[in-house]
Design a protein. Structure first.
Length: 318
């Protein structure tokens, strides 16, 4: 491989990494695609020398360093690892690229895990919202659709939501919620509805999707349908199932909102009968909670998190 091609390849590698790390929202996917592209452009049945391999790897390092200067120190470990690799003799470019890909993917998984824990730990029940800051409808819809990945028995998803966003309707809702100011100041209030008829209403759509995806065969459908609906025969069981799964959805909502930089407050203080009349919610539905969502009023002091029980106080391993 001519020297000019080596330098061009180094420059291309640097530009590729800078482009992907700066613009891509999915670091793992971007890294995988970048490594694949570099591999396809460099291998072509030719084994480069250690010196040429060093040029290529240094191009990768340059790209990551330039990206790091703009996005912070998240990739310092990647840079250090790549620099160490360049000092060792290697036998295969494919091995170093595959190793870099796997290492960065593992680091990405760990980073995502830490971010997830961070958002869970940061979630607070915020009392004071900034009434001047609005959350766009498209953002609320995105948050709610992500929240709908919550688990539910047989994937029946027995939840519905009504987003109260207009100020006029929130004024009425404040009265129903015993004059809690956060209902009016929050950008929106999400009414979580548990559908006690979800077994009958959703089972066919769920089973049809399972057949299409290959989870079950057409011959298994009838028996499974009977099994699912048997669990919804008891009024007490259907109520418990609907409330449980709707609560999973609500928890997802609060964590996802935090990921979007928003705050929430789950509320049980409301007159359910009046609320159902106000929003036209049927008798076969239950409202286990409502969730205020918006931006925190930064002028108000946020006190430290209240005491939480330790595992030894609430749990045991048997």
């Amino acid at each position: 491989m001519p020297e000019k091609e080596d330098k061009d390849l180094r420059k291309e590698a640097r530009e590729l990494f800078r482009k992907f790390y700066e613009k891509s929202k999915d670091i793992q996917r971007a890294t995988s695609e970048t490594v694949k592209e570099i591999t396809e452009k460099t291998l072509k049945g030719v084994q480069p020398s250690a010196e040429k391999l060093k040029e290529i790897t240094e191009g990768i390092v340059d790209g990551v360093q330039e990206a790091t200067s703009k996005v912070g120190g998240r990739f310092e470990g990647v840079i250090k690892s790549l620099q160490e690799i360049t000092t060792r003799a290697v036998e295969s470019l494919r091995e170093i690229l595959t190793g870099a890909k796997e290492g960065i993917e593992e680091a990405g998984i760990l980073e995502k895990s830490r971010e997830c824990v961070k958002f869970i730990a940061e979630r607070r029940s915020i009392t004071y919202f900034d009434p001047k800051r609005d959350v766009p409808e498209e953002v609320l819809k995105e948050i709610l659709e992500i929240s709908a990945t919550a688990p539910s028995g047989y994937n029946l998803q027995p939840w519905e939501v009504i987003v109260v966003k207009s100020r006029e309707k929130k004024k009425r809702l404040v009265e129903i919620c015993f004059n809690q100011r956060k209902v009016l100041d929050a950008s929106a209030v999400v009414v979580i509805v548990a559908n006690t008829n979800a077994g009958e209403e959703h089972v066919d759509r769920v089973l049809d999707s399972w057949i299409e995806l290959g989870y079950i065969t057409t011959r298994q459908r009838k028996k499974l349908r009977e099994t699912i609906l048997a669990g919804w025969k008891s009024p007490e069981k259907r109520k418990r199932k609907a409330i449980r799964d709707a609560s999973f959805f609500a928890m997802n909502l609060m964590i996802t909102a935090r990921m979007f930089g928003l705050e929430t407050h789950p509320m049980e203080g409301f007159d359910e009968a009046k609320l159902k009349r106000f929003l036209g919610i049927g008798k076969d539905r239950i409202v286990p909670l409502i969730v205020a969502i918006g931006y925190r009023d930064e002028t108000k002091k946020l006190l430290p998190r209240a005491y939480r029980f330790t595992f030894d106080e609430f749990g045991r391993i048997v």
